[in-house]
Write a protein that binds this ligand. Structure first.
Ligand SMILES: NC(=O)c1ccc[n+]([C@@H]2O[C@H](COP(=O)([O-])OP(=O)(O)OC[C@H]3O[C@@H](n4cnc5c(N)ncnc54)[C@H](OP(=O)(O)O)[C@@H]3O)[C@@H](O)[C@H]2O)c1
Length: 364
């Protein structure tokens, strides 16, 4: 396929705004392939990246102040599409249907665009019977789940399930990450405890959770302790805000345990270890924004294995995607999607955009 020089993309223009612009298609590094994007999914991180209302961001890393340009970056992390240039990597062929993650919002390579440059070793295969819309949500959620359950907690995977079910708490089985965590943990033979609002308790049970508690009920940590006989050692906190750091810590057993956290915090409870997970660290580069995180070869090597694992698990057809909330106008709808996410109207759904629905791209 012949690809032109420019593409449409959602580009940051400063003052926390972004516009659909014509810009250069990203140049490929030696290990990257070019993917034509068909559908993208929205994550809270996209809104947080956009939320900076100055044209630059200052962060402090090892005592040095760093200046990040907030103009000319492409938004979006999660994508699904087709490889159009395998760039001689030998890992992918033109036409492969793939999903994955890029660190959108910080450079002129992001998912909310017609094309994205991606590390050829970090792509998930999309099964023939899965739509691009459903596949677009796999990257951030499944990388985060693998880092939490395997890299941090060293638990069994669905490809080698255990016959001695350990208990695990997935706090927020309705969040996008939590929905995948519940399903991966259950398929691995674990006994899954989770939380939801009252109206979503049955939904989280339908994903395979053995016990689901209401997160707003102050008795929930005590009930989890009772349900696990005070022996719970493993948890993933998919919210990490407000009361949850305390609620999750208090749910663990008397000997404490480990919590994989999606935002950084320390537990105040003795014997409880918290490990901050950052999906971007899978990309193998040091991260400065939204949280400083050192470059980790180990995380990168793990992520290559996770892509194979995720591809195999998804191919079984046993994982239910997060219910879609598809917006009508592709990239032109992203402003509405951001507003809806920021005002808290997203419940157990994945905001998704189909690139070809963008009015400016119709008729091309
Ligand atoms: N570190 C990383 O690499 C990483 C990766 C992914 C996400 N994150 C972060 O993790 C958080 C979740 O992201 P996400 O995309 O998975 O979430 P999401 O899909 O946006 O989460 C929405 C759900 O959260 C539930 N919820 C809200 N407050 C809750 C509480 N106190 N306890 C339990 N559930 C609660 C709501 O459930 P109800 O509908 O039942 O009310 C809602 O359905 C965000 O802060 C995100 O930035 C970090």
């Amino acid at each position: 396929m012949v690809v032109g020089d420019t593409m449409k993309a959602l580009v940051t223009v400063g003052d926390a705004t972004f516009k659909l612009q014509d810009i250069k298609i990203p140049t490929l590094s030696a290990h990257e392939v070019l993917v034509k994007v068909h559908a993208v999914a929205q994550n809270p991180t996209d809104c947080k990246t956009d939320a900076n209302d100055t044209s630059t961001v200052l962060t402090q890393t090892k005592g040095n102040l760093l200046l990040h340009p907030r103009v000319g970056n492409i938004l979006g992390c999660d994508f699904a599409g087709t490889v159009v240039d395998s760039n001689g990597t030998g890992l992918r062929n033109a036409g492969d249907r793939v999903a994955g993650v890029v660190h959108g919002g910080i450079s002129p390579n992001g998912a909310f665009a017609e094309y994205v440059a991606v590390d050829a070793a970090l792509l998930i295969d999309i099964p023939d019977d899965m739509t691009f819309e459903n596949a677009a949500q796999l990257g951030v959620a499944c990388f985060t789940v693998c880092q939490s359950l395997y890299q941090c907690l060293d638990l069994p995977t669905p490809l080698s399930p255990t016959s001695t079910p350990e208990d695990i708490l997935i706090w927020s089985g309705t969040s996008a990450t939590g929905q995948y965590a519940v399903q991966f943990a259950k398929l691995a033979g674990l006994r899954v405890l989770s939380t939801a609002s009252a109206k979503n308790v049955d939904f989280v049970r339908s994903l395979g959770a053995d016990e689901v508690f209401e997160y707003a009920d102050s008795r929930t940590p005590k009930r989890i302790v009772a349900a696990t006989g005070g022996t719970l050692k493993y948890a993933v906190d998919c919210i990490c805000e407000g009361m949850t750091p305390n609620q999750v810590s208090m749910s663990l057993g008397k000997d404490g345990g480990t919590i994989a956290t999606l935002l950084p915090y320390q537990s105040r409870r003795k014997g409880v270890k918290t490990v901050f997970i950052l999906a971007y660290s899978a990309l193998g580069k040091a991260v400065e924004f939204p949280f400083p995180f050192p470059q980790s070869t180990e995380h990168y090597e793990n992520a290559k294995g996770y892509c194979k694992l995720i591809s195999e698990v998804i191919a079984t057809g046993k994982i239910k995607p997060v219910p879609l909330r598809l917006y009508p106008n592709g990239l032109a709808s992203v402003k509405d999607g951001f507003e809806d996410m920021k005002t808290g109207t997203v419940h157990a759904e994945k905001i998704t955009y189909r690139i070809s629905d963008t009015p400016e791209l119709q008729g091309q």
